[in-house]
Design a protein around this ligand. Structure first.
Ligand code: SF4
Ligand SMILES: [Zn+2]
Length: 112
């Protein structure tokens, strides 16, 4: 069960605000829209993936203390090298292979 970041009391997972201290926990009154809060004086943007890759265009950036789109940098993990699709060697040379095949067919037709 989650804990209120202000009063440290247990709160229901779907609570829109803390039933004890009334801290707003969800944005726009929607239970699925978590409102992330900075835990210290450091803005969320300092540790946000969207600030790091410069893709955020929120007006609150770079000083957002609350945000609904916050994605911590720690949430990004390196891809598993075994899971990465390897391009077959012949696809790199497919133009040359097609040209060689065309020449071979042409020579075969000329010989016959
Ligand atoms: S998504 Fe929110 S926390 Fe992230 S950079 Fe934009 S304003 Fe900052
Ligand atoms: Zn509270």
């Amino acid at each position: 069960m989650p804990v209120c970041p202000r009063c440290d009391r247990s709160i229901p997972e779907t609570a829109l605000s803390c039933p004890y201290c009334k801290l707003k926990l969800k944005a726009h009154g929607h239970p699925g829209m978590t409102l992330y809060r900075a835990e210290s004086n450091t803005p969320l943007c300092a540790t946000c993936l969207y600030d790091a890759d410069d893709s955020c265009n929120f007006s609150k950036r770079p000083d957002a203390m609350t945000c609904t789109l916050y994605q911590p940098l720690s949430a990004v993990s390196e891809p598993d090298p075994k899971a990465v699709y390897r391009i077959p060697w012949w696809r790199k040379y497919r133009l040359w292979i097609a040209l060689a095949g065309l020449i071979a067919v042409s020579l075969l037709v000329a010989v016959l």
